[in-house]
Design a binder for this molecule. Structure first.
Ligand SMILES: [Zn+2]
Ligand SMILES: [Zn+2]
Length: 168
């Protein structure tokens, strides 16, 4: 396959367990449509604080005028690819085949999307952990001991809730 950006040969390589095509000249990456899902699940490649900060500074940025103008052709079906802001607000501008052959990432864009996905995954885990801790403390201080054989639905709910949290 040739690079849709600079027409240089793309080399196949394994990245995050997925076979991708990377341009030997501009380092852009072609992914078949479903491969991005696998790559976002894998977390073998680590990102530095600086990369995370750079990624965060892009969030919410719109499409730069220049990005909307360059047009690339899908290397599989020759359709004009659409320029999109990945997931609407990441500020990472990628090219997507309208027939869903795949996605084109210029150098660094794939990594920016990965850093973005990992950041939000970590954020939500952190929030969940905080929430559990707060509730656990709250229930423990509210009840001191739990309610064996209670008929009171509120107390039953507290028991259930505590059991759920206690499993973690
Ligand atoms: Zn290229
Ligand atoms: Zn296509």
């Amino acid at each position: 396959m040739n690079c849709p950006r600079c027409n240089t040969n793309c080399r196949t390589e394994i990245y995050e367990g997925v076979e991708i095509d990377r341009c030997e000249s501009c380092s852009g990456v072609w992914l078949d449509y479903e491969e991005i899902i696998t790559i976002l699940k894998e977390r073998e490649v680590k990102f530095s604080e600086e990369e995370i900060e750079a990624m965060k500074s892009r969030i919410g940025q719109g499409m730069p005028d220049a990005e909307g103008q360059h047009q690339v052709l899908c290397p599989k079906c020759d359709e004009n690819m659409r320029t999109v802001n990945y997931q609407a607000n990441t500020g990472v501008i990628i090219d997507r085949c309208p027939k869903n052959c795949g996605l084109w990432f210029d150098q660094g864009e794939l990594e920016a999307i990965q850093a973005n996905a990992e950041y939000w995954e970590d954020q939500s885990k952190e929030q969940m952990q905080k929430w559990k801790t707060v509730y656990k403390e709250h229930i423990e201080s509210a009840t001191q001991e739990y309610y064996p054989n209670t008929g009171n639905p509120i107390k039953q709910a507290i028991n259930l809730f505590h059991r759920y949290i206690g499993d973690e």
